[in-house]
Design a protein around this ligand. Sequence first.
Ligand code: UDP
Ligand code: MG
Length: 324
Amino acid sequence: MKNILYIVIPCYNEQAVLQETAARLKLKLEYLMNSGKISEKSRIVFVNDGSYDNTWIMIKELHERDSIFTGINLSTNKGHQNALLAGLLTVKGLADAVISMDADLQDDIDAIEKMIDKYHEGCDIVYGVRSSRVKDSFFKRFTAESFYKLMSYMGANTVYNHADYRLMSRRAIEDLSEFKEVNLFLRGIVPLIGYRSGIVTYERNKRYAGESKYPLNKMIAFAWDGITSFSIKPIRMISTLGIFVFSFSILMLIYILARYFTGQTVVGWASLTVSLWAIGGLILLSLGIIGEYIGKIFLEAKQRPRFFVESFLDDEFCSGKNEN
Ligand code: UDP
Ligand code: MG
């Protein structure tokens, strides 16, 4: 049996690119159907994320003209990550594999075939990784690359230079639906699912038309969400600083006592300076300790699934493995 592939595309005010994206993807899917790599039941799903231009009208027209296109309309703008999740969860039971990509043709559609091949080789997750960013502006490249580095330093395990262009198998999406967190950062969550994964490299193009929906303030908010959703390292940093300042205050105490006993101080200076350092250090240390508990509450509150079973030797079907 051939595998059903769905392509999920979040769209926010994408009227300038939609026709072109639809036309190119249709060609690609038809080619894959004809070469027997995917089923005729495969579809392209546009998720309208509360656009205020003609995006939804265009999606409806595409669907009326050709049933290969279908659409999901969100009630209001929920942001890229939520729109993507909405698409993935809606098609969860319909497809054997789902590829998510942006609407603006920045993600090279030729990588789709390579992703399918990797899927057929047994990968449950295939990450699209940018081979170079030469076509991005210096600013975008610099901010994006610093972001990936900061993320990994802060302890969130992301795939370097991978955004949200990826293939996920049916069971990987089912597992993704077990993550109940509200602050979504999919590229941090997906590696937590596990299973065999692969990488497909592609060259990132310029946006085909229209403007980026990720201005600097949205990008910073997204990065901040990513760090604070995956790591309690910032809290640890406060604790470390507290220990450092408090240790320093002990050194200061020795120094100040030495000056006091050698008579090199003004009255009141010694006690004032020592208490300043000691109290500062103690406050930071206490904040860090309270933070540690808040960190634990934060991790518990997410109620993330603790494991996924990849296979079970007594009954292969319990693993939810796809039959090809
Ligand atoms: N997008 C969305 N909702 C939003 C913002 C963006 O669905 O609130 C979609 C957008 O239509 C595009 C994808 O997310 O398909 C990535 O956005 P964009 O290309 O503007 O980001 P950039 O590539 O500039 O980082
Ligand atoms: Mg883009």
